[in-house]
Design a protein around this ligand. Structure first.
Ligand SMILES: [Zn+2]
Length: 361
């Protein structure tokens, strides 16, 4: 005998999580329009049983009554892939684990409708700990004493061995080589002391805990002063036989373009290196991932101090940007040795700015 959920119970389960998959880090929407007819709905979600619907199923529990087995309490909403995955390996996905996930998914759904937008701390985010250690993770906690906690879902660059090795290193005071950047919020900090990691036996995910230095200072656009205008190829712009000077947002835009042009193959130019060209080469077939990596690298250039040997200064190269909000790459096709990148960001004075910059090849 299978104790299936009623249509109403399924609707409640789905509705309580905004019709999104409850598997950590998935957040896939499970409902949308049907391509076949104008009034149709496609539902790709499933109400999975926490305790199996029948006595021989995954996580079966003979102590539970039939009514309870088909109740809202015993269900968790998931996309089809994850509904299947949790049943294939019921030991790895225990009833306690699924209940924890259900609570988390409902809590983030509640936040999402209250705030009118996705709560950033509940989405997956890319996290970089160095330029060859980047993972996709789930922001678990941000504590008041400058401590961030993440779970690790998958590595984009690097592996768990590298993460463990990094956690055994002793960091110096404000060592610019030890940082953490978070793509979802366009934020980043230097790490204070060390990185702690452990394996969460409930979820099977590694978690890392980092304590942070304070956020780096920002400067106003006016503080950039004035500089010589460059042309589209970042060469000196000599119109009518003379240089011209630019300042403010125009200069800021030129600085961003100049810095992202300094790629990991460049010789020491006195500017920090950008890894955007590398990410482009590695991931141009996955535009969404590429956009997230570009945002992550900009978050590093905005937030992490760079030791400038020529100027003997130590500040983030793009410290006139308060926050990077959004990165969009309309096309990954290189035209005239350029890829346009649409940026949306916030200056220190709180004003927003949006424009297209060119990544030069
Ligand atoms: Zn899913």
């Amino acid at each position: 005998m299978r104790e299936n959920f009623t249509a109403k119970t399924k609707q409640i389960l789905a509705g309580r999580v905004n019709y999104k998959c409850s598997f950590p880090g998935c957040l896939n929407p499970t409902i949308g329009p049907s391509g076949i007819n104008e009034e149709g709905i496609t539902n790709l979600g499933e109400a999975a049983h926490i305790y199996a619907a029948s006595i021989h199923g995954p996580r079966a529990n003979p102590q539970i009554s039939k009514d309870e087995l088909s109740s809202v309490k015993n269900g968790i909403w998931m996309c089809r892939n994850h509904a299947r995955l949790i049943d294939v390996d019921p030991d790895a996905f225990s009833a306690a684990t699924l209940r924890l996930w259900k609570n988390k998914a409902e809590a983030s759904a509640l936040k999402a409708i209250k705030n009118g937008e996705k709560d950033l701390a509940d989405c997956t985010t890319l996290v970089s700990l160095s330029n060859n250690l980047i993972f996709e993770g789930f922001w678990i906690d941000a504590k008041e004493n400058n401590t961030w906690v993440f779970s690790v879902i998958r590595f984009i660059y690097g592996n768990i061995k590298m993460l463990r090795e990094l956690s055994t290193e002793v960091f110096g005071h404000r060592d610019v080589d030890y940082f953490i950047c978070i793509e979802s919020q366009g934020d980043g900090r230097l790490i204070k002391n060390s990185i702690d990691w452990n394996l969460d036996t409930n979820t099977g995910f590694y978690t890392i805990t980092v304590t942070l230095e304070n956020k780096e200072n920002r400067i106003f656009l006016n503080d950039l002063g004035a500089d010589i205008k460059l042309d589209d190829d970042l060469d000196l712009d000599i119109t009518n036989g003379d240089f011209s000077l630019i300042s403010g947002a125009e200069l800021a835009k030129q600085r961003i373009q100049t810095i992202i042009a300094v790629n990991y193959n460049s010789v020491d130019s006195g500017y920090p290196v950008s890894f955007i060209h590398k990410y482009f080469n590695d991931h141009k077939s996955d535009k969404r991932l590429l956009e997230r990596l570009v945002k992550l690298d900009l978050a590093r250039l905005i937030n992490i101090p760079f030791k400038n040997k020529i100027r003997r200064s130590c500040a983030p190269a793009l410290n006139f940007i308060n926050r990077i909000i959004d990165v969009e790459i309309p096309s990954t096709e290189i035209v005239n040795n350029k890829i346009p990148i649409k940026l949306r960001l916030e200056w220190k004075d709180g004003n927003y700015w949006q424009d297209k910059i060119d990544l030069l090849f």
